[in-house]
Write a protein that binds this ligand. Structure first.
Ligand code: PMP
Length: 441
């Protein structure tokens, strides 16, 4: 419509008023004006297949979410110190998805806030300051949380780890010391983590917490080897640390079970969740045990204006209902399995694909220039992103080397959407290979 700013106007306005550190996807982004199910539409009504949005978990503009939100907006919205029914019905449903011991909830507004609060709880309850994290991880944007995110403090503009942060090796079976062919990879990577924990404990820097995503997102879709979290959690607990599972990226059924840590047969002391909880509405949470929550309550109030307001709760409850009623967890496993098989077939035909990692509807395609030395194909990943955009498919890389195509679409993604993605990627890889062949000749 003529009343909406065009892409040129939006970009000019962004340059003027949005801080340049807030980067957007694409060199030449499209002006997205509408979304529906797994599709975006730009100002010219061109459609783009969304393979990237783990936020719009049950689909863009899902009518039942819109109805729940507007129904509650018309009735009541308020800050969270008042008492209203929605918070009770939502948290009842949320804790029902978790192991029984995890029964006390803090509702907050973002994944970063959730992790920040988790660190604060762990530090206060243990009386310690040191945190053990995994190399490559991203946990959010607050000061503390940036300080446990190697993806930031080791990246461009980073200042290195704060003295209270202690990294353990990323359990990457593609690039790391222990590969897919090693059935003991999980215990071996965990032994490296245990060595770090024992070393810092031994010299008086006893850890308050070990924090781990249950599947590492920004680090490049790293699927933990079996037994990795169980052994690492055991080592952390021997040192008196609490175990925090960051489910912000992968939670709410994307991997099959409601929460990723369930795949590793562990029960964390604190779970943080965000992104998909509100289907795009800012809703996030920290869930912990009664004992830890009570130990955190020293008399100091914890107040979060927006966290768990009635509208957020109504939306959050509808997200959980839709995931259950529409069997989206089962669907994620089935469609994700088909996606993984299709990508592995591509891998057999395209040298650029070094590794395909998948768990449910969370997949990563790692691109390399050379399968022997595994040189990351970063430029190629960004070229694919632009070429896919021209074909109406959203593709974007992440990972330590920006060479892993991340795939985490709305959970309503179907097999025919997988086929669209895979055909586009097949075609683009063939074109890139032809260009590379021409260059060599
Ligand atoms: N934890 C993880 C694992 C994340 O991927 C992110 C966001 N990418 C965050 C925390 C931070 O969440 P938010 O952007 O909502 O603050």
């Amino acid at each position: 419509p003529a009343t909406e700013p065009t892409i040129g106007q939006v970009l000019a306005s962004r340059r003027q008023h949005i801080a340049s550190s807030q980067r957007h996807y694409y060199r030449e982004p499209m002006n997205l004006v509408r979304g529906r199910d797994v599709w975006f539409y730009d100002e010219d009504a061109r459609a783009y297949l969304d393979s990237l949005n783990n936020v719009t978990h049950v689909g863009h503009a899902e009518p039942r979410i819109t109805a729940a939100a507007t129904r509650q907006l018309r009735k009541l919205n308020t800050n969270s110190r008042f008492v209203y029914p929605q918070i009770a019905s939502y948290t009842e449903k949320l804790v029902a998805t978790l192991p029984a011991l995890l029964e006390v909830v803090f509702l907050v507004g973002s994944g970063s806030e959730a992790n920040d609060l988790a660190l604060r709880i762990a530090r206060q309850v243990t009386g310690r300051q040191h945190i053990v994290n995994i190399d490559g991880a991203y946990h959010g944007n607050t000061g503390w949380v940036t300080g446990i995110s190697p993806n930031r403090y080791k990246g461009p503009g980073g200042q290195g780890a704060p003295p209270t942060t202690h990294e353990v090796t990323i359990p990457d079976r593609y690039r790391g010391a222990y590969g897919y062919d090693d059935p003991q990879a999980g215990p071996k990577y965990a032994a490296q983590a245990a060595a770090v924990i024992e070393r810092i404990s031994g010299d008086g820097r006893r850890p308050a917490a070990f924090i781990a995503e249950s599947l590492m997102g920004t680090a490049g879709n790293i699927v933990h080897p079996p037994q990795y979290l169980a052994d690492s959690f055991a080592a952390a607990r021997r040192a008196g640390a609490l175990c925090i599972s960051d489910e912000v990226q992968v939670g709410v059924g994307r991997l099959g079970p409601w929460w990723g840590f369930q795949l590793q047969q562990v029960i964390p002391d604190i779970v943080t969740m965000g992104k998909p909880l509100g289907n795009g509405h800012p809703l996030a949470a920290v869930v912990t045990t009664r004992a830890i929550a009570d130990a955190f309550d020293t008399g100091m109030k914890y107040f979060n204006t927006f966290g768990g307001n009635p509208v957020s709760c109504a939306i959050g409850e509808m997200v959980l209902d839709i995931v259950s009623r529409d069997n989206l967890r089962e669907r994620a496993v089935a469609v994700g399995g088909y996606f993984a098989d299709s990508l592995r077939q591509l891998q057999s035909r395209h040298e650029l694909i070094g590794d395909v990692r998948a768990e449910g509807l969370y997949l990563g395609v790692e691109l390399v220039r050379d399968r022997t030395n595994k040189e990351p194909a970063r430029d190629e990943a960004f070229a694919i992103t632009e070429m896919a955009k021209e074909r109406g498919v959203i593709v974007f890389p992440n990972g330590v080397y920006d060479n892993v195509l991340k795939i985490k679409p709305p959970m309503t993604f179907a097999r025919h959407h997988v086929d669209l993605y895979v055909e586009a990627l097949d075609d683009i890889l063939s074109r890139l290979e032809a260009i590379a062949r021409d260059r060599r000749q």
